[in-house]
Design a protein around this ligand. Structure first.
Ligand code: AMP
Length: 407
């Protein structure tokens, strides 16, 4: 068991907290503040315990190879709007400062001015070239300021970067405290239940666009689950592997052999769509219709699972005690192709006494969009991280690096 913030002394200490403030921002406006909201319990706890709280997070991508792109990316992914939103959410009684840089003398003096219970947010960690390379000099510049480190960025825990891995590694070497925040603790507890000592029947549902993103998780889940349901764009590579015509549907050509192996290995537990919604164009179709023939016509593409498949999948979910879901069943962003994803939301929401986990990303967005967010046991904040957690049997670098409770 990892240490959590309850296990470490924080009063009047400089506590660096890696949060996940990678929120969608358009022209300076935050479109969804859920990730900031999810970090509040840890921040509030530390503030109440009179820690000097230093928050750091990445935001979007910054291309350091092409200087023109670097400047544009920095403009687009400035953390300043997040500082304003955070201030509002925390309320007037808490001092929230922001440094427009992530590292250097301005940060050093802002940290030295902090009093117990104050909060300081640093600029986007990816403004620094060394962040994604886990550069030692960068990690040291941060670690030198910190008395303790708290990991609360589940969405970044699968990345060994300077702010997620470098700082806690250095602090541990120096005998300083490292711990998990409340959000990561909650994520680990929930996802662990999908990895070991799983309550059965265990049904996993995978969807979304690409097979290649999910190869490892498909392999691992095939060993673990009682039923593996595959829908969404990735199901057409499996249909192709079975020898069916798939028209212009999404195809991951390089993964056809992998799909064939899965079909063999997954006999009896792999469930694929038996009908679909097809259209003759992606964004501007003149024909959209249900189709349950074995082969899809040459000039049509499959964009959602069909009504028979909705029933097939819902029946397969009945009685499940553990459910893990990642990836929509169709192009749910378009109301012509959202019924499959909604049907899965409903089927999972109707389960009694089951532990149900949504693995972040688009499926989490879909559950929120369709009003099912509260119906699941756990909706992960990390798409990539939750998949990697399952792939790696519960291990992620940003969590493994944190001290054990009884070390
Ligand atoms: P992923 O990031 O791999 O989970 O993919 C999510 C995306 O897959 C969503 O934006 C969906 O619109 C898209 N998607 C799901 N089903 C299909 C499909 N049948 N054809 C094309 N795109 C799809």
């Amino acid at each position: 068991m990892k240490k959590t913030i309850r296990d470490i002394a924080v009063a009047n200490k400089v506590v660096f907290v890696r949060v996940d403030f990678n929120v969608p921002i358009k022209e300076g406006i935050i479109k969804d503040d859920n990730r900031i909201v999810q970090a509040l319990p840890t921040i509030r706890y530390l503030v109440n315990a009179k820690a000097k709280v230093v928050l750091l997070s990445h935001l979007g991508k910054v291309d350091h190879k092409n200087p023109e792109n670097t400047e544009n990316d920095k403009k687009k992914n400035n953390m300043a709007p997040v500082a304003i939103a955070l201030k509002k959410l925390l309320g007037e009684k808490i001092n929230v400062a922001f440094t427009p840089v992530a590292v250097g003398s301005e940060v050093n003096s802002a940290v030295s001015l902090l009093k117990g219970g104050d909060v300081l947010l640093l600029q986007n960690t990816r403004f620094e070239k060394g962040e994604e390379k886990n550069d030692l000099t960068l990690a040291k510049a941060w670690a030198d300021l910190a008395d303790a480190f708290v990991m609360d960025a589940f969405g970044s825990a699968h990345r060994a970067h300077a702010s997620t891995y470098g700082i806690p590694s250095l602090l541990k070497e120096r005998g300083k405290d490292t711990a998990l925040g409340f959000l990561v603790e909650k994520e680990v507890l929930a996802l662990s239940k999908c990895v070991s000592n799983v309550e059965r029947p265990y049904v996993a549902i995978l969807g979304g666009a690409k097979v290649s993103d999910k190869i490892k998780v498909i392999e691992v889940l095939l060993d673990k689950v009682d039923v593996l349901i595959i829908g969404g764009g990735m199901s057409y590579t499996f249909a192709k592997a079975q020898g069916f015509k798939i028209g212009t549907s999404l195809l991951d050509e390089a993964q056809i052999d992998f799909a064939k192996n899965c079909l063999e290995k997954g006999k009896g537990k792999l469930l694929l769509p038996i009908d679909r919604i097809i259209a003759n164009d992606f964004s501007n179709p003149s024909q959209v219709r249900e189709d349950s023939a074995a082969d899809i016509p040459d000039d049509f593409m499959g964009l959602d699972i069909g009504p028979k498949t909705r029933t097939l999948f819902a029946n397969a979910l009945k009685g499940a005690k553990t459910v893990f879901w990642n990836g929509p069943m169709g192009v749910f962003e378009d109301s012509r192709y959202d019924k499959g994803t909604i049907a899965i939301c409903e089927a999972i929401a109707n389960l009694k006494g089951a532990f149900t986990v949504i693995g972040g990303g688009d499926s989490a967005a879909a559950t929120a969009q369709f009003g099912f967010y509260d119906k699941f046991s756990h909706v992960s904040t990390g798409g990539g991280a939750s998949l990697e957690m399952i792939e790696n049997e519960g291990h992620l670098p940003g969590i493994d690096v944190i001290e054990e409770k009884n070390a």
